[in-house]
Design a binder for this molecule. Structure first.
Ligand code: ADP
Ligand code: MG
Length: 345
């Protein structure tokens, strides 16, 4: 999002906060407004302007505190059970995956923005995205980064957990999730392992209760159409995702998230090495990226983590900080490849 958009969204939230009578709600609105002003400050090149925006953000944090204290009945305010504040990660924390990020920018982020053209063009914001691909490829991470990027609240929900609540009287709890979403919007609901919703496994025949769960779930999704609530569903098993679910049109953006190519692997390694003491050159990172074909983002994270632990052991032995070296990384990669039956080596 552009700086001006963060600022204008922040301004609107602040106005809403000032009109809000529920202290808990008002406090949240102030906080969200503050966090968007902070984002605007980050995007501002003019130092003076950035510092003014940051001051404004601090003032709004104080307003958020004050609003809570204004509450006559502390404890009666509605607290959040599913959502947390906008994540403090954004696309810059996601290594590589440029095409994926570009598609999310064009198909989702841009279409959610009030650009002044949207209505004339009849563009309705995207409410549903389906991400699929092997585990550890960053589906959760990129979704969270998207929420952080645009300053949306974030809820991460395990689908199996959610559907188990449809059984018996607790369907109410699922409604709560969607109700809370409407209340805290703008927000992202991340539904992990959506294949657990209703699996056509085995006979391919769904039981009545499975069918009922799917229907109830789809009704909940209907409730958020037109709101600033983005549902991102993820799965490692796209072929197990109920076709009726895919046909609803509720998930109009489907994106395959694949294993990282060499360039993405290099960037992912860089992301995970940053902030750690290391003596690994750009050429060495490139070399490691080249020999880790088939590694996922989470495998590469594990390589760096393991290398850091080895450097830690060396440091203790020498009683002197030993930075991470190419050798540490290389042996960690070999170990991981042999464990997983991978093909790096
Ligand atoms: N593109 C990436 N850049 C940086 N780290 C990544 C990337 N992809 C995956 N990771 C690392 O792997 C971990 C697991 O990824 P995750 O998003 O949970 O994968 P998935 O949801 O696809 O199973 C993340 O917490 C992150 O540390
Ligand atoms: Mg995940």
């Amino acid at each position: 999002m552009l700086k001006a958009e963060f600022e204008s969204r922040a301004g609107k939230l602040r106005e809403k906060a000032e009109e809000e009578s529920d202290p808990e709600q008002a406090s949240q609105l102030y906080r969200r407004s503050g966090s968007l002003y902070r984002k605007a400050a980050e995007k501002t090149e003019n130092d003076e302007k950035a510092s003014a925006l940051n001051q404004l953000a601090e003032q709004l944090d104080r307003e958020a505190e004050k609003a809570l204290n204004r509450s006559d009945h502390p404890g009666q305010g509605r607290s959040l059970s599913y959502f947390s504040s906008p994540p403090d990660v954004d696309f810059s924390d996601v290594g590589g995956m440029e095409e994926l990020k570009a598609r999310l920018r064009d198909r989702v982020i841009t279409q959610l923005q009030d650009t002044g053209f949207r209505e004339d063009l009849g563009v309705s914001p995207t409410n549903g995205v389906l991400l699929y691909g092997p585990p550890g490829t960053g589906k959760t991470m990129v979704s969270k980064a998207l929420a952080g990027e645009i300053g949306f609240h974030w809820a991460e929900v395990d689908t199996a957990d959610l559907v188990s609540k449809y059984v018996g009287e607790s369907a109410e709890q699922v409604q709560d999730l969607f109700r809370e979403a409407v209340r805290v919007q703008p927000c992202v609901i991340f539904l992990d392992e959506i294949d657990a919703l209703a699996s056509p496994r085995g006979s391919g025949v769904k039981t009545d209760s499975e069918q009922q769960r799917v229907n109830q779930f789809l009704q909940s999704l209907d409730r958020i159409q037109g709101d600033d609530v983005l549902v991102i569903a993820a799965t490692n098993l796209i072929e197990e995702v109920d076709s009726a679910f895919r046909r609803t049109g509720r998930f109009d953006v489907e994106i395959r998230v694949g294993l990282p190519d060499v360039d993405a692997r290099r960037k992912i390694l860089k992301v995970h090495l940053s902030g750690r003491e290391h003596r690994v050159s750009g050429n060495e990172i490139q070399r490691l990226a080249e020999r880790t074909d088939g590694f996922s983002g989470s495998d590469l994270e594990a390589v760096v983590e393991h290398a850091a632990q080895e450097a830690h052991i060396d440091s203790i032995e020498d009683d002197l900080l030993q930075p991470i070296t190419y050798e540490h990384l290389s042996s960690a990669a070999s170990q991981l490849a042999s464990q997983d039956g991978g093909d790096a080596g």
